[in-house]
Design a protein around this ligand. Structure first.
Ligand code: ADP
Length: 723
């Protein structure tokens, strides 16, 4: 019932209307409801009284008391109220309030002049002006109604006279006018103060909302920074661990009895990787320099052509390896620029490294220099993956990386921020022009006061064009040669790492894949004894690869070799059912033993499958499934009881304690206690996710653990859930 009234009261209100308009609409609806009810109640009472009196005074009921005029007047008013509500519902508030005010006037006129004249009903006109105050915001409208109401009040005394003359003569017109005015002014006062407090309230609300938005913004920024930070550290540790593994590996392989040539190759790789690590450490140092703004420029004139040519030559081989057309077009003739050679070199190297990283095989990259409106321009243009327009500002921020397959496993988001700091410290400027999928152009502009050009700077002809033609460096050894060796598929995006693993696994036939996708393609046409995969890789990472293989029911044993050391990563991999998880840097021996064991276990399973009929295998699997279902459902049902122990489970499963442990270990790979603990932690995690406000004690009780601190320590350790 209450709901129905609420619906009627809200008829015609809309969110897009102002608060005060909605309030007026609601008031009008409320007036209609109240007035409608009053009419029904009074008329029913009138009818009942008439009927009772007739039945007492007469023998038969003749409805002599029935007053047609009153009946029609009530009917007219009721219909007007219904139409008013209907008009409101159809969003015609103006029409609705005019109709309502007319109904008030008309019904009161009828009552005071015709239906019940001389009964002082004209005093009801006092209500007209206050009602108009509530329904109209315009002041002059309500003054008009005040005037009309007073004139209407006077009607039965002076215009359509229904009172005796002496009564009319005694009428205190001025006093009554004062009463009209006072009532009007009192209602007006309350209306004004209401409007004032509403304004204050809405100001407060706006302030609270804007504070909330600021807080939300800060929270989002913090969250983003946190994400950036953890992404940065994961990537960084990945980048450091990879060269470290190679250095360790090759150092162990150094054998002074072997030929000089072999050792030389190893030391070259060790040196390269040391350099790589040094670069990484340097970029961290650069980052801290950026923090403290301690760039000390040591600027001196540098010959632009030879400076850029040096970088061009340094990168030639790297671009050629990816079959990328790399060109250097210099249109500036003999020009020197005033720069800190060391720092400026870092900026150019970073732009070229990015071009190399973000341009796919067979693309093109160019360094162009020319004069443009009195400043010298250096462009690094590539035909690579490009950057979305709305991210082109953000890439110069620290830790910012566009989310894509390449940045998933490489980079740290420092490079461009550092480059920009260097360029700004020189008082040069750097800009980027790019769109997603259409390559990228970084432009460094050097103002003329830092440039010294001895020849016609606007020469059209390039004096220096060095070009490297596309060369195919992808000479992979033919891995499809038949041999009796066991076959291993090595999946890693790091070329040196693949080379190193190949050397370590020289007793196996090794096939290489650069990422998960390539591995899946290779696996379509080949079978292997083992798959050794990295975790973080572009295009398709190790986790997705393992998921897909498990979906395809591929039974080949999988070892994951990774630089990721966080629990989360390790656990999500182990949950997928891999055979081993080794962290970089690893010992060669450890890797070889793991591979040997995994292959042997796999062979045993294959042999076992071969020796047993499908019927037997089916029975074994069915038994394992049933056992699994029975024990886990028992554990889940009794999880909240601290009495859930190995003993209670062995009693339920009707086996001895030792048999139970043995069976659980062989079928589920865990001890019974681990199984219980795992189920408790998982339930606690779910409970916490379902109701973040549940108390820790409650959660601990619900999972049958009495020591709350212990539970939350474990949750933190296991899922990283904060206490
Ligand atoms: P990093 O390369 O270590 O990720 P940078 O600060 O050098 O960090 O670059 C920031 C981001 O800008 C990169 O992650 C990448 O998404 C984007 N980016 C930089 N250079 C290029 C380019 N030449 N093509 C496409 N994207 C680029």
């Amino acid at each position: 019932m209450k709901k129905k009234y609420e619906t009627i009261i809200n008829l015609g209100t809309q969110e897009r209307y102002s608060i005060s308009l909605n309030k007026r609409i609601r008031l009008l609806n409320t007036f209609c409801i109240i007035w409608g009810h009053l009419i029904l109640i009074f008329y029913s009472i009138e009818l009942i009284i008439g009927l009772v009196l007739e039945s007492i005074n007469q023998d038969a009921i003749t409805f002599q008391f029935f007053d047609y005029k009153a009946f029609f007047s009530y009917l007219l008013t009721l219909s007007s109220l219904v139409i008013t509500l209907f008009l409101n519902k159809t969003s015609k508030f103006n029409g609705a309030r005019i109709l309502f005010m007319s109904a008030v006037i008309l019904s009161n006129l009828l009552a005071s002049l015709i239906i019940s004249p001389g009964n002082y009903l004209e005093y009801y006109f006092i209500l007209l002006a206050p009602i108009s105050l509530m329904l109209y915001s315009n002041k002059s409208t309500s003054y008009l109604f005040l005037l009309i109401s007073f004139l209407l009040f006077l009607t039965p005394y002076f215009f359509y006279v229904v009172y005796p003359k002496d009564y009319v003569d005694r009428l205190l017109i001025l006093e009554i006018l004062c009463v009209f005015l006072v009532i009007y002014l009192v209602v007006n006062y309350f209306k004004e103060s209401n409007i004032k407090s509403e304004k204050l309230l809405s100001l407060e609300r706006d302030k609270v909302l804007s504070d909330k938005m600021i807080l939300e913004g800060q929270e989002a920024e913090l969250r983003e920074l946190n994400e950036f930070k953890s992404h940065f550290f994961v990537n960084l540790s990945h980048e450091i661990r990879t060269p470290l593994t190679l250095i360790q590996g090759y150092t162990n392989q150094l054998d002074f009895k072997e030929s000089d040539k072999e050792n030389k190759q190893r030391t070259v790789i060790i040196k390269e990787q040391c350099l790589q690590m040094q670069n990484i450490i340097n970029s961290i140092m650069d980052l801290s320099k950026m923090d403290s703004n301690e760039f000390q420029l040591n600027s001196m004139p540098v010959d632009l052509n030879s400076f850029l040519e040096k970088h061009f030559i340094n990168f030639q081989t790297l671009f050629a390896k990816k079959n990328i057309e790399f060109t250097f077009n210099n249109k500036t003739l003999k020009t020197t620029i005033l720069v800190d050679e060391d720092l400026f070199s870092k900026a150019i190297t970073n732009l070229l490294s990015n071009a190399l990283k973000f341009t796919p095989n067979s693309g093109s990259v160019a360094i162009n220099t020319f004069f443009n409106n009195e400043s010298l321009t250096i462009n690094v243009i590539d035909s690579g993956i490009g950057i979305n327009k709305d991210e082109s500002e953000a890439i110069f921020k620290r830790f910012y990386q566009v989310k894509n397959d390449i940045t998933k496993s490489q980079g740290s988001g420092i490079g461009l921020a550092f480059t920009k700091s260097i360029i700004s410290a020189h008082q040069f400027s750097i800009a980027v022009e790019s769109s997603f999928g259409n390559g990228t152009c970084f432009t460094i502009s050097i103002p003329e006061n830092f440039v010294n050009s001895t020849t016609d700077s606007l020469s059209k002809e390039p004096i220096d064009i060095i070009e490297v033609n596309k060369t195919n460096f992808n000479e992979q050894p033919n891995t499809k040669l038949k041999s009796n060796k066991q076959k291993i598929l090595v999946v890693d995006d790091h070329e040196q790492m693949r080379k190193y693993l190949k050397k370590v696994l020289h007793n196996y036939e090794v096939t290489e894949a650069e990422n998960g996708k390539e591995a899946l393609n290779t696996l379509n046409n080949n079978t292997f004894d083992l798959i050794l995969t990295d975790y973080m890789m572009p295009v398709m990472d190790g986790e997705t690869l393992v998921k897909q293989l498990k979906q395809q029911q591929n039974k080949t044993p999988i070892l994951v070799l990774t630089a990721r050391t966080d629990h989360q990563g390790k656990l999500s991999m182990l949950r997928l059912g891999i055979d081993g998880y080794l962290q970089k840097p690893f010992m060669e021996e450890e890797l070889l033993i793991n591979i040997k064991n995994s292959i042997a276990l796999y062979r045993n399973i294959v042999e076992f499958d071969k020796d047993n009929s499908p019927e037997v295998l089916k029975n074994i699997n069915e038994y394992a499934d049933k056992f699994n279902i029975k024990i886990t459902s028992y554990i889940n049902k009794n999880l909240n009881s601290p009495l859930l122990t190995v003993d209670s489970i062995s009693e339920y499963m009707k086996v001895s304690r030792s048999t139970l442990n043995r069976k659980v270990k062989s079928l589920l790979g865990q001890t019974v206690n681990q199984l219980i603990q795992e189920a408790r932690l998982e339930k606690a995690r779910n409970l916490r996710a379902e109701d973040p406000f549940a108390s820790k004690k409650q959660i601990a009780e619900m999972v049958g653990i009495t020591n709350t601190t212990y539970l939350f320590d474990k949750l933190k350790e296991r899922y990283g859930i904060n206490k």
